[in-house]
Design a binder for this molecule. Structure first.
Ligand SMILES: Cc1cc2nc3c(=O)[nH]c(=O)nc-3n(C[C@H](O)[C@H](O)[C@H](O)COP(=O)(O)OP(=O)(O)OC[C@H]3O[C@@H](n4cnc5c(N)ncnc54)[C@H](O)[C@@H]3O)c2cc1C
Length: 306
């Protein structure tokens, strides 16, 4: 999280967890007079006379604005919140073709102790507990997982990444207990056989079987867990196809191609309407960069229209 936030290579962790970043932003925004509405779903972005005029909330309330910016993913913003009728057919075709086929699943765990790794065994919190741990036996194994994902199958051995927040931050778990988050890579959104409601538990079995090859005590440590398949990420966070970076981060969808050629300046082809967030340049991760860039463009446009 907050990759490269201090100019050094690697990831940073916010004390208190990712929510602490949101809380800090909330405080800074409120100090500037910003109003924040939580748990408030936008149903539609209202377009009148080729201009974005307002957002209509699910409870029917309408909020008017001179500029509207969405950090929902590009497909949700364009196809669902605005609607296909407001764009050229060719443009909608390009948006529908954006690649965002799931890709990751998450497992959140609480543990009643620390995993003990066969290769490096610390009794207390060691470097291996503080590290962002990645598990994959070989590049071939990763490539095999990629191809399973590509053909909508759950990989036999997905790359596993884990991080123990409580190894850094005692505020997130009681003494001698720990929180761990796990990412399984190359997990498809669409499955060839069955669906995620039926097959969600397979992700937990895969995680345990791979992890215990390196940390044999993992199974006995698990107190509680929550499995988030790509379907769950879509449902919980409103991300089309549950892609953690909103869109795949392939060369054809990065830099000035993100989300599409012609849209990398955060302006949608409707006056007063902007897009930011992970589906825009520079992509996924808690960096705030896309929001910052979009804000600069909006300020520029508002100044011109004054
Ligand atoms: C499981 C997982 C693990 C991750 N791990 C890391 C990590 O370790 N480090 C890291 O840097 N990044 C990580 N990421 C990526 C990072 O979280 C995202 O790139 C980042 O949150 C994107 O921020 P955003 O504001 O663009 O979009 P989001 O955080 O997706 O925010 C979009 C918001 O729009 C809201 N929304 C959608 N539709 C509507 C609507 N109709 N009305 C109102 N609100 C709506 C959603 O509820 C959501 O709150 C992870 C992502 C996931 C899902």
């Amino acid at each position: 999280m907050l990759a490269l936030s201090e100019g050094s290579a690697g990831y940073s962790y916010a004390i208190g967890g990712s929510g602490a970043v949101s809380k800090a932003l909330e405080k800074a925004a409120k100090d500037l007079g910003v109003k924040i509405f939580l748990n408030t779903e936008v149903e539609k972005i209202i377009i009148e006379n080729d201009r974005a005029r307002a957002v209509k909330l699910k409870d029917g309330k309408v909020l008017e604005a001179r500029a509207i910016v969405s950090n929902a993913d590009p497909k949700t913003t364009i196809l669902k919140l605005v609607g296909q009728d407001f764009f050229e057919k060719e443009f909608i075709h390009r948006v529908k073709n954006l690649k965002n086929e799931g890709g990751q699943a998450k497992i959140n765990l609480t543990l009643k102790g620390l995993p003990r790794f066969s290769c490096i065994d610390s009794t207390n919190i060691g470097e291996e507990h503080k590290a962002y741990v990645g598990m994959a036996e070989s590049v071939d194994e990763i490539v095999k997982a990629y191809f399973r994902w590509r053909f909508h199958e759950i990989p036999e051995r997905p790359p596993v990444y884990s991080f123990i927040q409580s190894a850094w931050d005692h505020s997130v778990a009681p003494p001698n207990h720990h929180t761990m988050s796990v990412l399984l890579r190359y997990v498809p959104y669409t499955l060839n056989k069955g669906n995620w409601n039926e097959r969600r538990d397979e992700l937990m079995q895969l995680f345990v079987s791979i992890y215990e090859e390196h940390a044999p005590n993992i199974k006995q440590l698990i107190e509680n867990y929550e499995i988030l398949s790509p379907w769950d990420l879509e449902r919980l966070f409103g991300i089309n196809s549950g892609h953690v970076s909103h869109l795949e981060q392939t060369l054809n969808q990065l830099l000035s191609f993100r989300p599409l050629v012609g849209l990398s300046n955060y302006r949608l082809p409707i006056s007063g309407l902007y897009i930011c967030g992970a589906g825009t340049h520079p992509g996924g991760g808690v960096t705030g960069a896309a929001g910052h860039n979009a804000a600069m463009i909006i300020i520029e446009d508002l100044k011109k229209s004054n």
